[in-house]
Design a protein around this ligand. Structure first.
Ligand SMILES: *[C@@H]1O[C@H](CO)[C@@H](O)[C@H](O)[C@H]1NC(C)=O
Ligand SMILES: *[C@@H]1O[C@H](CO)[C@@H](O)[C@H](O)[C@H]1NC(C)=O
Ligand SMILES: *[C@@H]1O[C@H](CO)[C@@H](O)[C@H](O)[C@H]1NC(C)=O
Ligand SMILES: *[C@@H]1O[C@H](CO)[C@@H](O)[C@H](O)[C@H]1NC(C)=O
Ligand SMILES: *[C@@H]1O[C@H](CO)[C@@H](O)[C@H](O)[C@H]1NC(C)=O
Ligand SMILES: [Cu+2]
Length: 351
């Protein structure tokens, strides 16, 4: 009860202060000051509350949700849909080619989107773009469509590889290196084994330019449970916004937060190769939710942006543009909504 009251107070506070704070959600993740954002999960009771809150309850002053979305024409289906596998079921040879493709991105000269000489590689740029987009892609309903783009996957796919997913509670040190516990002083450990041993992070904030580091907080990673997945999956009446908030702020956040410094900072998280496997898992959850009821792969609702002046949010629609600042061509939400359309062409393996 206490926790619940706390959550409601936060909700009220968030709406009351929305005139001064462009960011909007009561307990966001990955926001705060530029480059300082750290991923924070919400407690179970708050997630339950999210799943109970009626549609529209979060966006408060949204004027025109669900704008003609249902009238939009779906894209044609893909003729040759690929299956994205679960990491632990992949053959060693396939795991190895995925790792090689990631290392290749780490060695591929930058496209220049982060300015001249700022980076060594496309890999650095992927992390930089994710950080630059900050509140446009976190704590808003754009979160799931944007991360579905999963830029590194799109780039990896140039090598004909398709992004796998990994439930990080099955973290595996083969290839990815160790997952040591967080030190008593709250520090991570530089990863010196696995395929990415001694990889250094290059961040716009020099304070975050350091080794690829991890440090598990078991108490946090243990919060990710099947019950949590089921809660966010919801029942037939669940709205997209509820699903998105629940997934983003529970399972998604728990693993970022629980795995340690590189993963818990907004500025650096995509530097850890497990980021993309984790987001594969997040995307799988959305896909599963979409498949649970007709129309969910065609329509979208919610908020793309909360203006700083507190005016109604800008709705997320099929036409909302998803940009990667030039890494890959811009796409729209409508392009990525259905993973089995002619643009995305993938589905997930059963597991
Ligand atoms: C929705 O469709 C109606 C009828 O076609 C049109 O008048 C209206 O402008 C559309 N609204 C939006 C937001 O596109
Ligand atoms: C389907 O895609 C796979 C993998 O890209 C390719 O090997 C295969 O030839 C394709 N099949 C058809 C019928 O296009
Ligand atoms: C980038 O590096 C090159 C070669 O060292 C140098 O000539 C150029 O001035 C640098 N550009 C910037 C913007 O620092
Ligand atoms: C990584 O750094 C550690 C400590 O400096 C060193 O012992 C190890 O050989 C390095 N590993 C690789 C693959 O460079
Ligand atoms: C880096 O850390 C120092 C010391 O904590 C701080 O004064 C400085 O503002 C930080 N730099 C950035 C860009 O946040
Ligand atoms: Cu993100």
């Amino acid at each position: 009860m206490k926790l619940m009251t706390f959550a409601l107070v936060l909700l009220a506070a968030a709406f009351a202060s929305s005139a001064s704070i462009p960011l909007h959600e009561p307990r966001g993740i990955e926001h705060a000051s530029p480059h300082g954002g750290r991923v924070k999960a919400i407690p179970w009771d708050e997630a339950v509350q999210i799943m109970k809150t009626p549609p529209g309850g979060f966006c408060g002053k949204v004027s025109s949700l669900d704008t003609n979305a249902t009238e939009a024409q779906p894209r044609p289906k893909c003729a040759n849909t690929t299956i994205r596998p679960e990491w632990n079921r992949m053959a060693d040879a396939d795991k190895l080619s995925y790792v090689r493709a990631v290392k290749c991105l780490m060695d591929t000269p930058p496209l220049g989107v982060w300015g001249e000489n700022a980076t060594r590689s496309i890999w650095d740029e992927v992390a930089w773009v994710h950080d630059q987009l900050n509140v446009r892609i976190h704590g808003v309903d754009t979160f799931l469509p944007f991360h579905r783009l999963r830029r590194a996957d799109a780039l990896v796919a140039r090598d004909q590889l398709h992004g796998p997913l990994l439930r990080l509670w099955f973290f595996t040190a083969d290839y990815f290196g160790a997952l040591p516990p967080l030190s008593k002083t709250g520090d991570g450990t530089c990863i010196t084994d696995g395929a990415f041993a001694n990889f250094t992070v290059r961040s716009p904030d020099p304070n975050h330019s350091s080794c690829l580091s991890r440090g598990e907080t078991k108490q946090t990673t243990d919060e990710a449970t099947t019950a949590m997945l089921d809660l966010c999956h919801g029942d037939a009446t669940t709205e997209y916004t509820q699903h998105r908030r629940c997934v983003e702020q529970t399972i998604h956040a728990v693993m970022h937060e629980g795995i340690g410094p590189t993963m818990w900072l907004l500025a650096t998280s995509p530097n850890d190769p497990v980021f993309f496997l984790h987001h594969g898992f997040v995307d799988w959850q959305w896909k599963r939710w979409q498949d649970a009821a007709p129309g969910r792969s065609m329509t979208i609702t919610g908020c793309a942006e909360y203006p700083a002046d507190g005016s109604p949010c800008i709705p997320l629609t099929r036409d909302t543009v998803l940009t990667t600042m030039g890494l890959i061509p811009d796409m729209t939400v409508g392009d990525v909504l259905d993973t089995e359309n002619d643009v995305m062409c993938y589905t997930y393996d059963e597991f």
